[in-house]
Design a binder for this molecule. Sequence first.
Ligand code: BJW
Length: 232
Amino acid sequence: MNVVVLTGAGISAESGVPTFRDADGLWEGHRIEDVATPEAYDVKPSMVQKFYDDRRAALAQVAPNPAHEALARLEDVLGEDLLLVTQNIDDLHERGGSRRVVHMHGELLSALCRSCNRRTPWADGLSDFPPCPRCGVNELRPDVVWFGEVPYEMDRIQRALMSTDVFVSIGTSGAVYPAAGFVQLARACGAQTLELNLVPSEGSSFFAEARHGRASDLVPLWVDEMLERTTL
Ligand code: BJW
């Protein structure tokens, strides 16, 4: 059985990582267009670097929760039959034990050089505009996908969606494309579709089934169901 899981900020919320659009979310304190567009970076690079430096530093204060850990248990059994796609730029899936994670919106722990276009693992701040370790030019930016940029690994994700048996979306508002459209593609290609979210998302009606509650409750239960199905 092939399974594609899409996760969003809601899966990390109970670990203490703020979501974007909920009350007290990241966008409460910042205008999206001030921090999450290439244009914002061109106009106010120091402000944008600080926004991401603060979030990178905050990773040290958070830990994976039972939802991340349950998805790692599923990977232990399904192996390559599971594709875990996350919109999140934190590393909580990896710290929860997942090994094959597609970060379609990039990663906080990576820097992207605007000069040579190469990606480098990066754990420190970028606010002091350090040189790129590969080409030496001081043009490192956060390796994240802003509005108007193309998410990572879209071909691989689309292929998986077209051949999956099950598509599950966890903790995402369904407000941002192309991720918000994954359910329609998977469903049109014959997949069972399930939403696990605190409240109905903007795209809830596209799913054949929706369960509402906390990810740390819903995801372990769903993984147990899947493991029962795969061992029958
Ligand atoms: C819980 C919970 C708990 C809480 N348990 N649940 C007009 C129409 C259609 C599309 C467009 C349009 N105009 C422009 C576009 C395209 C644009 C877009 O979608 N804009 C929208 C605003 C309409 N998209 C793009 O530009 C993308 N690129 C693109 O389309 O390229 C073209 C292309 C695509 C494909 C192939 C070829 C070409 C790029 C989008 C980049 C998004 N970047 C960000 C920032 C990343 C860096 C960073 O982190 O700062 O990604 S924006 C932000 O939103 C971030 C997130 O990954 C993304 C989604 O947010 P998410 O995860 O859903 O979080 P929330 O807060 O919205 O929701 C959390 C949910 O969890 C809520 O529902 C809660 O209820 C729930 N929850 N606690 C379970 N405990």
